[in-house]
Design a binder for this molecule. Structure first.
Ligand code: FES
Length: 181
C-alpha cells in the first residue's frame, strides 16, 4: 500500500513527458521540406512558361480588314491578305487569298481557293470549257460561284468567316461552306 503510494508520488514529480521528435524524424522533415521548396522553385516557373500562351488573351477574334464592301460584286474577285498568327510561342504571318463575291440575296461570300480534292489552288473563269466556274487545273475539279462542288472534288470550297463593319469586309477563320446549295 505504502509502496504504491510512493510510486504514485514519484510519478507525479517526474517532468511531464513530451512526445519528442527523434533525430531521424527531424532530419527527414527538414530535408524533405527544403527539397520540396527547391523543387517548387524550379517547377513553377517551368509550368508557367509552358502554359503562358494559353493564359494570354487572344486578339479580338483575329479578323483581318480586307476590302471595302462597295468593291464586292456578284462576280468573284481575288483578294490577298496577311494574317498574323501565334502558335504557342511562334509568331508568323500567313499569306492568304479569298475569292469574294455577293450572292443574289446580298450575302458576302469569301471562298478559300484551296481545292477540296487534293489542295491545289482554284481560279475563277480560268478554263474556256467551263465559263463562270471555279476550276482546279490539277485534276479538273469544278465549283459554282458559291463554291458548290460540280466535279472531281468531294466537298464544296471552304469559306472565311465574314464580318462587315464601317463599310469594310473583315475575314476571320476558315469554316465549312454554308452557302453552297
Ligand atoms: S487538287 Fe484540285 S482537282 Fe485535284
Amino acid at each position: 500500500m505504502n509502496n504504491n503510494h510512493n510510486d504514485e508520488h514519484e510519478e507525479s514529480h517526474k517532468p511531464p513527458r513530451r512526445k519528442e521528435m527523434s533525430r531521424r524524424q527531424f532530419l527527414t522533415y527538414t530535408l524533405g521540406g527544403a527539397t520540396a521548396y527547391m523543387a517548387a522553385g524550379v517547377v513553377i516557373p517551368m509550368v508557367r512558361f509552358a502554359v503562358d500562351p494559353i493564359l494570354q488573351k487572344g486578339e479580338d477574334g483575329s479578323f483581318v480588314k480586307v476590302v471595302e464592301g462597295s468593291k464586292i460584286t456578284a462576280e468573284p474577285q481575288e483578294f490577298d491578305f496577311e494574317l498574323k498568327q501565334q502558335d504557342g510561342w511562334y509568331n508568323s504571318t500567313a499569306q492568304l487569298t479569298a475569292w469574294i463575291s455577293k450572292t443574289e440575296d446580298g450575302q458576302i461570300v469569301a471562298l478559300s481557293p484551296v481545292c477540296k480534292h487534293l489542295g491545289c489552288m482554284v481560279g475563277w473563269n480560268n478554263n474556256d470549257s467551263h465559263p463562270n466556274e471555279f476550276y482546279c487545273p490539277c485534276h479538273g475539279a469544278r465549283y459554282t460561284a458559291n463554291g458548290k462542288n460540280l466535279a472531281v472534288a468531294p466537298q464544296p470550297l471552304d469559306m472565311y468567316d465574314v464580318k462587315e463593319e464601317g463599310g469594310w469586309i473583315y475575314l476571320g477563320a476558315i469554316i465549312p461552306n454554308t452557302v453552297a446549295k
